[in-house]
Design a protein around this ligand. Structure first.
Ligand SMILES: Nc1ncnc2c1ncn2[C@@H]1O[C@H](COP(=O)(O)OP(=O)(O)OP(=O)(O)O)[C@@H](O)[C@H]1O
Ligand SMILES: [Mg+2]
Length: 461
């Protein structure tokens, strides 16, 4: 109840109406007291007029007149000289005097509140102006207890009334909130849950139908969100199916090509000079085709497994990479430089780190060899408080525009003949798996530099 929208409305409305009623209560109780006193003055004035007919009233009649008026004494000053006066014995001396002729609202409120609190048996004197200009001034003494009782009665009636009003108002608001807010919100939530069960089903997308503008806007926003999501899901599904099909084709193609490779190996032994000359080219093409199929299959094996972190002596790994590359260059004019602090140990998956470095160094080597110019490849590393940094720089021709536009996108950035365009994409993914980044720092006619940043995180080495 307390946590539901309509429940909170119910409670808040009750509180607010009660507050409003209190604000009304104070002035009205003051007003009630004033009316009560004026009524007594008026009745006393009428009673005192009996003296006009007969100066000497008999004491029984005087007592009856005063009792009817609800006062002990009356003094009605007709003019400067004449005054009419009825009197009876008072049970107590007068304890307070109230002049209604020039009472301000504040005084009336204060006197009323004091009277409500003060339960003493008191006699009070009240002064007022006679009605119908029947004299200069009228003054009565009266008992304060009946006044207080009447005020309490009146206050209780007001309180009961406010309670009833607030409960009725709160109930009506409660129902209104249920109908106009809670129900439509529940409808939207129901739609969301229904959609979440099968987001690829476009029939489950919400159709905006709320009458309330704000809610309708939310529904419209939700509708476009769901439409986009459903489309994206469908596209993804289609791509996944396509990927599956490509994998199957690659697999079978690789098998076919492998058999072809065997035949070509045989053909290589032929005596025909033309065949002898063309066979190695054929072998090269088929080998590249097999490589493409295998890379596609490898890439299709979804995500790379997460890295298994351990301590890696970076200098050793880099030496291994460079050693392997040196074998591949034969006697081309290409030099390698390593600038790795001997003690530098970092936390990474050794196998994955090797693959990344070897991809970068191989790319650089292939680019330099393809350019026909002599060159150098330098691998350097450093560490700071938060991360390890490894840089692979070369003096090659720089990345071609196509490779730069599709940097780290699988199959798209490859420009090298015989390459698949997967090396950089895979390296990027592997480094990301370490929580790090692989970036191209610089690329131009004077060479390219790739930088790897591996954050240290809070794992102790
Ligand atoms: N150091 C570099 N200097 C110049 N060009 C580079 C360098 N590194 C990458 N490239 C370019 O970026 C392209 C993409 O490289 P990537 O390693 O992703 O694919 P690839 O080498 O073509 O194929 P493979 O999947 O066999 O590695 C390369 O084809 C090459 O043109
Ligand atoms: Mg490559």
């Amino acid at each position: 109840m307390l946590n539901s929208l309509s429940g909170r409305f119910l409670i808040l409305t009750t509180i607010f109406v009660m507050l409003a009623e209190v604000l009304i209560f104070v002035p009205s109780i003051a007003r009630f007291r004033e009316d009560y006193l004026l009524a007594h003055l008026e009745r006393a004035q009428i009673a005192s007029l009996a003296l006009l007919a007969d100066d000497m009233l008999n004491p029984d009649l005087e007592k009856e007149l005063l009792e009817n008026a609800g006062v002990f004494n009356v003094v009605l000053r007709r003019d400067e000289v004449r005054q009419l006066m009825l009197s009876s014995p008072m049970p107590h001396p007068i304890s307070a005097t109230f002049d209604l002729r020039d009472a301000t609202a504040m005084t009336l409120i204060r006197d009323a509140l004091v009277r409500l609190v003060d339960a003493d048996q008191e006699v009070i004197r009240v002064i007022g102006a006679p009605v119908r200009d029947a004299g200069l001034l009228i003054e009565v003494t009266m008992d304060a207890v009946p006044l207080r009782t009447a005020m309490i009665d009146y206050g209780a009636r007001i309180l009961v009334l406010s309670a009833v009003i607030s409960v009725i108002t709160a109930l009506m608001l409660f129902l209104a909130v249920r109908v106009f807010l809670v129900k439509p919100i529940k409808r939207v939530v129901g739609h969301m849950l229904n959609y979440a069960e099968a987001p690829e089903d476009s029939r489950r997308i919400i159709t905006p139908g709320a009458g309330i503008r704000e809610l309708r806007e939310a529904e419209t926003a939700l509708q476009s969100l769901e439409t986009e999501l459903t489309q994206a899901l469908r596209q993804k599904e289609r791509l996944a199916q396509l990927g599956g099909a490509v994998s199957k084709i690659s697999h079978d193609l690789r098998n076919i090509l492998t058999s072809a490779q065997l035949f070509v190996d045989r053909i290589e032994g032929s005596d025909d000079p033309l065949v002898k000359r063309l066979a190695p080219k054929l072998v090269g093409s088929i080998t590249r085709a097999v490589h493409l199929c295998e890379s596609t299959l490898a890439f299709g094996k979804a995500e790379e497994p997460g890295p298994t972190l351990s301590r890696v002596q970076l200098a050793e790994t880099v030496s291994d990479v460079i050693e392997a590359e040196r074998l591949a260059v034969d006697n081309y004019d290409l030099s390698f430089a390593e600038d790795i602090p001997a003690m530098l140990t970092l936390r990474a998956d050794p196998e994955q780190l090797y693959r990344v470095l070897s991809n970068l160094v191989r790319n650089a080597r292939q680019a330099i060899v393809a350019s026909g110019q002599p060159g150098e490849i330098a691998v350097s590393a450093r560490e700071d408080a938060d991360a390890w940094w490894i840089e692979v720089a070369d003096t090659g021709p720089g990345l071609p525009p196509k490779a730069r536009e599709h940097l780290f996108v699988a199959f798209q950035g490859g420009t090298r003949k015989g390459g698949t365009g997967l090396g950089l994409a895979i390296s990027h993914e592997l480094i990301r798996g370490h929580g790090g980044t692989l970036t191209l720092l610089h690329s131009g006619p004077d060479g390219s530099t790739f930088s790897i940043c591996l954050p240290k995180g809070d794992g102790a080495l």
